[in-house]
Ligand binder design. Structure first.
Ligand code: AMP
Ligand code: GLY
Length: 424
């Protein structure tokens, strides 16, 4: 019997959601596709809904009105605010963890405590909700520290310090001056680790786990990893550091004990778990968990997926992951982010974008993030504007194609790194 068609909603409006939308649009099972809020890219393949995604009741009303069968939640904010729990209460199907399981991302103090209890390798850390106690502790440290706001801070709540004393300034900024608002009421002070980073995504339901192809994210604004941290300026998949042995070790020593720890807290993880790792001399250690697909890792990983993404995500959300199989394209993918001049600080928007159609090809995808359609032109509307991904026989071939495509796209003030996937 043919499986039923699914009307699908994707929540979010970044490059990650456009990449998910393109992959889902290839599925035989897709009925109608909706995005909320979406962007100019998703508008070309889906209906963008004007609904405030922080208003869960409004989202649910829209899902019912449009007869949407399955909702894929892209960003962390609605997951941590419990949108999937509300869907479950209504008997509606959604992809993503419940609020209790999403605490792995939403509350770094909870995640750190869980990792410590479960003996999951991570940076040694202490948690504080009192500024003076935090300062006293930092004064006893003679190595560089990293200070993290415990709550959600749009990926910006981490201050990596070069010198031990800088951590004093960091806690002062976060706890004393409220740099990240309530997200910084509790802070984590942890040892600064050294080594290459790797991002690992795993689809998880009650019984089954599939580790997806790996990626490496480039978080700093400028070439040679200089400049401020950003939401991510590019990515490459697979990561040059991924080995079969590493993936087995991460599942055995990190993911399984973490899921067991969550179960002890009464939460079962269903969805995609993002594990941010640093490969230290003492082995892989967890930097962070996210409860969703990474951005811009997704823009490099999904173009390599040969299997039906909609089927996989729906199976995961309904506890049928074991019935599915995953097949990958063995080529490499390189994603370069084009941002507005001034990002991640102040930037201006509304710039017309030229060359979008000429950049696109069989092996090049242009994913939109901060874009808005004003027919006949598309204009910039955010900090990160586009993610341009190319597939190639190896990272260097993919890299050349990605930069060739970028050369065809123009907007006033466009900035991007020129060293994504260099020296691999
Ligand atoms: P997070 O959001 O926790 O992943 O932190 C953002 C970035 O800060 C990471 O991708 C790392 O580059 C860096 N970072 C976080 N924790 C540490 C740590 N303990 N040691 C060194 N760098 C870190
Ligand atoms: N690329 C890092 C993140 O999605 O949080």
């Amino acid at each position: 019997m043919a499986e039923s068609q699914l009307n699908v909603l994707i929540i979010g409006g970044g490059g990650r959601e456009h990449a998910i939308a393109i992959a889902v649009s290839k599925s035989n099972r897709l009925g109608k596709l909706y995005c909320a809020p979406g962007n100019a890219g998703t508008a070309a393949i889906a209906t963008n809904l004007e609904v405030d995604t922080s208003d869960h009741e409004a989202v649910i009303a829209s899902v019912k009105a449009n007869q949407i069968d399955f909702t894929i939640v892209g960003p962390e904010a609605p997951l941590c605010a419990g949108i999937v729990d509300r869907f479950n209460d209504e008997g509606l199907c959604a992809f993503g963890p419940t609020q209790a399981a999403a605490r792995l991302e939403g509350d770094k103090a909870f995640a750190k405590n869980l990792m410590t209890q479960a003996l999951v390798p991570t940076a040694e850390a202490r948690t504080f909700d009192n500024l003076d106690r935090a300062k006293e502790y930092i004064a006893t440290r003679d190595t560089p520290q990293v200070v993290k706001a415990a709550g959600l801070a749009a990926g910006k709540g981490v201050i990596v310090c070069e010198e031990p004393f800088e951590a004093l300034l960091a806690v002062e900024e976060i706890m004393g001056k409220g740099k990240f608002g309530d997200a910084g009421k509790t802070v984590i002070v942890e040892e600064r680790l050294k080594g290459p980073e790797i991002s690992l995504l795993a689809l998880i339901d009650d019984r089954t786990m599939y580790v997806l192809e790996t990626a490496q994210d480039y978080k700093r604004l400028s070439d040679n990893d200089e400049g401020p941290n950003t939401g991510g300026m590019g990515s490459v998949s697979p990561s040059p550091h991924a080995t079969d042995e590493l993936l087995v070790q991460v599942q055995r020593d990190i993911i399984i004990p973490t899921l067991d720890g969550l179960r002890r807290e009464g939460a079962v993880y269903r969805g995609v778990l993002y594990v941010g790792l640093m490969l230290t001399a003492a082995g892989p250690k967890v930097l962070e968990f996210n409860c969703r697909f990474g951005d811009p890792e997704t823009q490099a990983v999904l173009p390599r997926l040969k299997s039906d993404l909609l089927e996989l995500l729906h199976a995961c959300a309904t506890g049928r992951l074991e019935e599915t199989e995953i097949e990958w394209d063995q080529r490499s993918a390189v994603c370069v982010v084009m941002a507005s001049g001034g990002y991640p600080s102040k930037y201006s928007i509304g710039k017309p974008i030229e060359g979008l159609n000429s950049a696109f090809s069989d092996t090049v995808a242009v994913y939109h993030a901060g874009t808005q359609s004003h027919p006949p032109v598309t204009r910039t509307s955010g900090g990160r504007v586009l993610s341009v991904t190319a597939l190639g026989e190896n990272a260097s071939a993919a890299q050349s194609k990605a930069y060739e495509a970028i050369g065809k796209i123009k907007f006033d003030g466009a900035t991007y790194r020129s060293d994504i996937a260099a020296n691999m």
